[in-house]
Design a protein around this ligand. Structure first.
Ligand code: FCB
Length: 445
């Protein structure tokens, strides 16, 4: 039975939140002893980021986190998902920690708690310390140990105040875009490197789960996977095979290894040389919830010259899209939530959902992002239907609190509920911020 969209009631304990990540908002890239990350390096390479943008200043959240917590308070959110910049707390990735960097996250966590907002701490949102990249990065099997040591440092420091822990954000995106497509750091396109990175990141996840479990009593541990339906762009067999292969890398490789101790075909055959006895048990460690990032379906076409024979394709002309061209399909979101909940038997938390646009302020300074409001309305309604159909969904985090550094697209693609003027760093609520505040208030009423 379809849910009543006019007066949705949400589960009492449902968690409403917003998400960000360190490199995308912090800035302060050389402040107080922070070391360089692979993204600082990539941003300096000509042609890799639109407009030559970098995260050196970004939203300057490093110096303005209190102002940003006030924005969260104005929305009435229960929770805030952020990531720790590994090179801020460990400038060389391993070895001596940086006291000033550690102290920044103390302040952030304490101020969030004082504002009644629960911190959800993600250990890795793509900013690997460059010093570790110089030693092979994720292609080195040692990376699992480096990550476990970093996780232990974070647990010992913040585990007295942080209960919600996330190992990685979007395993498949940074491995695929960083090692198979040169869309993201480190841009090392090579089959062997890609397979090693996949397996070592999985080992790092498993090792970190064990570390968090042993050092933070009562921790609630999740991992964040992006999952969206992969559709063949054309209706021939070649595009269908391309879609199946992309689906394996994009949607299946990480959750199935971590929750079912097996790699899907065709990844399983290719990755075999890198898998040692006992590895799958090290990777498949019990976690408490499944973090889902979801935007809309993606499209694949056959491309024989590409590393794995598939390439990204634009949605067909007739597809409804966001202003930046991403397909809109709330029913697929609903179905994904229902299937996911059944398949892995874990509570699901939607850790990212949102819509990108140019969001140009009107003459009076207001930013009326009506299309984002429509998108969010449709997607939250779909989530409500999924819950009504039995999906165990516990929370929803919008990407993102603020406009920020959107990786290869630089500052051109805006996802924030708050507009950021990157010249003055002034924050302005968009229509979507008001919409979200009202939704949260109504959900609690
Ligand atoms: C996700 C990323 C996040 C942001 C959004 C738009 O893939 O996790 O950092 O870039 O997309």
């Amino acid at each position: 039975m379809p849910a009543d969209r006019s007066a949705p009631t949400w589960p009492r304990e449902f968690i409403w939140g917003v998400s960000t990540s360190s490199y995308q908002i912090e800035g302060g890239a050389t402040d107080d002893g922070r070391g360089p990350s692979i993204w600082d390096v990539r941003c300096r390479l000509p042609g890799k980021v639109a407009n030559g943008d970098t995260g050196a200043v970004a939203c300057d959240h490093y110096h303005r986190h209190r102002e940003d917590i006030e924005l969260m308070r104005s929305l009435g959110v229960d929770a805030y998902r952020f990531s720790v910049a590994w090179p801020r707390v460990l400038p060389r990735g391993i070895g001596a920690p940086n006291p000033a960097g550690l102290a920044f996250y103390d302040r952030l966590i304490d101020d969030l708690l004082a504002a009644g907002i629960e911190p959800w701490l993600c250990l890795y949102h793509w900013d690997l310390p460059q010093a570790l990249q110089d030693q092979g990065g994720w292609t080195s099997r040692d990376s699992a140990g480096w990550f476990a040591d970093y996780a232990a440092l974070a647990c010992r420091r913040y585990g007295d105040r942080v209960r919600r822990w996330i190992t990685f954000n979007e395993f498949s995106v940074f491995t695929l875009f960083g090692y198979a497509m040169d869309w993201q750091a480190p841009g090392q396109v090579d089959r062997r490197a890609h397979l090693q990175a996949i397996h070592h990141v999985n080992l790092a996840h498993g090792a970190a789960v064990d570390v968090i479990r042993s050092l933070v009593p009562g921790a609630s541990i999740g991992a964040i996977h992006n999952r969206q339906r992969v559709l063949p762009r054309g209706d021939d067999d070649a595009d269908r095979v391309a879609a199946t292969t992309l689906d394996a890398f994009w949607n299946r490789t990480f959750p199935e290894a971590q929750l079912e101790a097996a790699y899907p075909s065709p990844v399983a055959e290719a990755i075999e040389p890198f898998v040692r006895a006992g590895d799958m048990a090290r990777i498949c460690r019990p976690i408490d919830w499944f973090g889902l990032n979801h935007y809309g379906p993606i499209f694949a076409r056959a491309e024989p010259s590409a590393l794995w024979g598939f390439a990204w394709a634009d949605p067909p002309e007739a597809t409804e899209r966001t202003p930046i061209g991403w397909a809109i399909h709330p029913e697929m979101f609903r179905d994904e939530l229902v299937e996911l909940s059944r398949r892995f038997r874990l509570p699901v938390v939607v850790t990212e959902n949102g819509s990108g646009g140019a969001d140009i302020p009107a003459a009076d300074g207001r930013v009326d992002d009506a299309r984002r409001v429509d998108y969010l309305q449709a997607y939250t309604a779909a989530m409500h239907e999924a819950i009504a159909a039995g999906a165990d969904v516990r929370g929803y985090f919008i990407w993102s609190l603020l406009d920020n550094f959107e990786w290869g697209a630089g500052y051109a693609n805006r996802f924030g509920l708050f507009h950021v003027d990157f010249a003055t760093l002034r924050r302005t609520p968009k229509s979507s911020a008001r919409w979200y505040r009202e939704l949260i208030a109504a959900a609690r009423a």
